[in-house]
Design a protein around this ligand. Structure first.
Ligand code: FAD
Length: 478
């Protein structure tokens, strides 16, 4: 048995959802597009799983957070796919792909042929077994990548209220799950090998703020060591975690967030891989011109840093998906993807956004004892990254715009003194014809403003405004 489609998307996560939405917006004919996903539900906003999904009261549930509510756009329910003539094949793993023959084989034995394939297989959570720790499949050991994981986590949380949890890993998943556990009245001890949380993104000063905040909520930190083994009871439940430094931490449950690995195995000897993902060009097109890759699995040229990067964030998944569809349907009008890396998180009453790149010298600003502070990163004399906690919509827009503008910075002390005002002043510039004047700001060498204010600035402002509006409306989901 075989079926043929013009466009096939493998994977049914965030990037797939946004790609389908873009296809429909641009006009795809019924029967042309098929999406094949291992998951049993239509594409949804995955970040909700570590936020609204884990709330003890009025938690978010499917169908509330199907794509594309994260961008304040329509919600793509299974009915929507049907109405638009999109073939939505759920609960079906793609077992193999032959990119030369343009065919793929599903776990149900069906052969599907395509003209264009879009790979949106995302990533999987790394397992403790891969680090030599056995029996992490115990009933009270939880990971968090998909809805099945989230359902298990919710069940374990419900059986552990008033008890203890150990969270392994101090990254995104660890930090967000730790906050959710606290909200569910579970005592948390976070264990990670680094000197501070969010090691890839935060510097010590920023991390210190968040760790102190978490401590004020009762979270304990066990840093500089790793899990080596578990103790179990007779039912096979974990009762304690044993650490390399000899510490034993009794626990009622464990949450593991130790990183992800892109799902590239279908393509390993067929496409060029880089940075652990499928290498694509600025059109999200792989080394085989009929195969595109989007989202977490794609390693694409990030113009602003001049390097190929693989990003593991929802904004990049959404935008790379839309970009690929435009490059496919409207190649002449689609320039190379020009993406400004953007990460965010929202836990407890905290909310931060980060734009760009965190290398070079760091300049902190604001009140690190209060609720609003931030940092700029300056590399080779240019501002290349910005971070802000507790900002308003306008302030986040300003740091985003300032980072995209990449202004030259001569005087770090002056940048520190101006703090957020520096980004706000850049954003407030009324016309693209105005120049940035070192004489005026004390910071910047005379240089014409780019067209960002009229084009990118407007687009950025619009998308950030939509995002912020959605945030406000749907905050509980994230
Ligand atoms: C709990 C959680 C919270 C997050 N929070 C944030 C956040 O606050 N901010 C942020 O920026 N980012 C966040 N992220 C990251 C963000 O969700 C991802 O970057 C985004 O989901 C990537 O989209 P994707 O479509 O590439 O991959 P995914 O959304 O992971 O989708 C991949 C899909 O492909 C399917 N698949 C894989 N292999 C096959 C196969 N062989 N056959 C069929 N289907 C297959 C998978 O089952 C899945 O449905 C979070 C991630 C998680 C897990």
């Amino acid at each position: 048995m075989g079926r043929a489609f013009v466009y096939v998307i493998v994977g049914g996560g965030v990037a797939a959802g946004y790609a389908v939405h873009e296809f429909v917006k641009k006009g795809v004919s019924p029967g042309e597009l098929c999406i094949i996903s291992e998951e049993a539900v239509a594409p949804y906003e995955r970040p909700a799983l570590s936020k609204g999904y884990l709330l003890p009261e009025a938690p978010a549930r499917i169908p509330d957070f199907h794509c594309c509510v994260g961008s304040n756009e329509e919600r793509l329910t299974p009915k929507w796919y049907k109405e638009h003539g999109i073939e939505l094949v759920l609960g079906t793993q793609v077992k193999s792909v032959d990119v030369k023959r343009k065919t793929l084989l599903t776990a149900t034995g069906e052969t599907v042929t395509y003209k264009i394939l879009i790979v949106a297989t995302g990533a999987r959570a790394l397992k403790l077994e891969e680090f030599g720790v056995k029996d992490s499949g115990a009933t009270n050991v939880c990971y968090l990548r998909d809805l099945n994981d989230a359902n298990k986590l919710v069940n374990v949380i419900q059986s552990c209220s008033g008890k203890n949890a150990v969270v392994i890993g101090g990254g995104y998943i660890g930090m967000e799950c730790a906050a959710a556990l606290v909200i569910n009245k579970i005592e948390v001890n976070m264990v990670f090998p680094e000197a501070h949380c969010m090691g890839r993104l935060f510097n010590p000063k920023i991390a210190h703020y968040y760790e102190e905040f978490y401590k004020s909520k009762g979270v304990k930190f066990t840093k500089g060591t790793v899990l080596t083994s578990f103790d179990f009871d007779d039912d096979g439940k974990v009762t304690a975690v044993n650490l390399r430094d000899g510490t034993k931490l009794p626990t009622d449950m464990v949450v593991v967030g130790i990183g992800i690995r892109p799902n590239t195995s279908l393509f390993e000897s067929q496409l060029i891989l880089e940075k652990g993902g499928i290498k694509v060009n600025g059109r999200m097109q792989s080394s085989n011109s009929s195969v595109y890759a989007i989202g977490d699995v794609a390693a694409f040229p990030v113009k602003i840093v001049g390097e190929t990067r693989r990003l593991e964030h929802v904004d990049s998944a959404r935008k790379s998906a839309r970009h690929a569809v435009n490059a496919i349907l409207d190649p002449d009008k689609t320039a190379d993807f020009d993406y400004l890396p953007f990460f965010y998180s929202r836990v407890f009453t905290l909310s931060w956004q980060f734009y760009g790149e965190n290398t070079g010298e760091v300049v902190h600003f604001g009140d690190f004892t209060g609720h609003r502070f931030g940092a700029y990163w300056v590399n080779m004399g240019y501002l290349i990254g910005s971070f802000l906690e507790g900002g308003t919509k306008e302030e986040y827009e300003a740091i985003s715009n300032a980072t995209r503008l990449r202004p030259p910075i001569e005087d770090l002390a002056e940048l520190e003194r101006q703090g957020l005002g520096f980004a706000m002043a850049l954003s407030d510039r009324p016309s693209p014809s105005q120049s940035l004047d070192a004489g005026q700001s004390g910071l910047i060498i005379e240089k014409p403003l780019y067209a960002w204010h009229t084009t990118t600035g407007v687009v950025l402002a619009a998308s950030l405004a939509a995002f912020a509006y959605w945030y406000g409306k749907r905050r509980r989901l994230w």
